[in-house]
Design a protein. Sequence first.
Length: 423
Amino acid sequence: MRSLGLGLLAAASMLSVSSAKAADDTIKVGVLHSLSGTMAISETTLKDTVLMMVDDLNKHGGLLGKKVEAVVVDPASNWPLFAEKARELLEKDKVAAIFGCWTSVSRKSVLPVVEQLDGLLFYPVQYEGEESSRNVFYTGAAPNQQAIPAVDYLMSKDGGEVKRWVLAGTDYVYPRTTNKILESYLKSKGVAADDIMVNYTPFGHSDWQTIVADIKKFASAGKKTAVVSTINGDANVPFYKELANQGIKADQIPVVAFSVGEEELAGIDTKNLVGHLAAWNYFESVKSPENTAFIKQWHDFTKNPKRVTNDPMEATYIGFKMWTQAVQQAGTTDVDAVRQAMYGQKVKNLTGGVAVMNTNHHLSKPVFIGEIQADGQLQTVWKTNGVIKADAWSPYIPESAKLTADWTYPWVCGNCTEPKFKN
């Protein structure tokens, strides 16, 4: 019996050594996206994007000579669950980085966890700004890379010279903060308070009849009116349907959306949306060699030629590429070393030009405004000349205008009024 016990002990020891060796030969990354609930319509594709990037990386030899493994979890559109799952990824699964979140409330839930445990989160969606964490790299648009250019376009002759504004959003931090910035910006451009209507609805809101009637009434004052939409998730479907039900057409009251892209359009009847607008930093319809290759890679990976691409996919792609480049440059997945290597990383945009990671943990990238087509694609009607550097803190919020985000010496902070380290 004693020899049998020793044999079992030796076998267990060998298994433990084998498991440890396998772990040493693998780099894990966390995928933290809702695969169920109200945000699954948008986030599931980003999970698939990370899996595609991991698959491609492993086909080309992995990273630092090791295989990369994606650890996928489903926080199920439950904001506190995002924090729990992030902690699990960092403490239990020992991931080197997390790629995830869509809504700002999910990111805000994860933020204290990655800061406490010194993890890295790559956040790939447009958001309200007003944040710069040493543990987060923001690869989606800040307001000056989406919201402000969209308003400028609608104010212009080409955009219809809009005079009255409906700011309609889902009731959480991203729409509220973005609209706070937009209200201040519009007023700085001479728009009267009476010419701005603001409305918020819960996630998953479905009864739009009264709200759309109010928009219609607001637009009847004889001034050109537009809707700036920060409505998120599946609430967009009944919103656009009700606009059509009440006879509102894009040439009468255009809607410019910040959270409706090709993925959302692929799942709904687009006849109610034709002519309305969306503002992003990428459209699938943009012609470039990089985009053609990316779309082919996506179709090959999903084995579905009908799967569309969209802006947060490009932001995920850029973030993942920058992380792998930083790891290769640092020669390690150590968070401090990778963070330092991230500054100045460059990746070709899928639309042409180059995305650059700045020391405020945000990107420089181009801006596009597109018109929704019957086939669910977006046709570019306006774009910036070159890239725009993201503002972590908005100059249109007085308390933010004085703040600097710069994680390199001598500032080394995300919200300073003066450098932390002085000569």
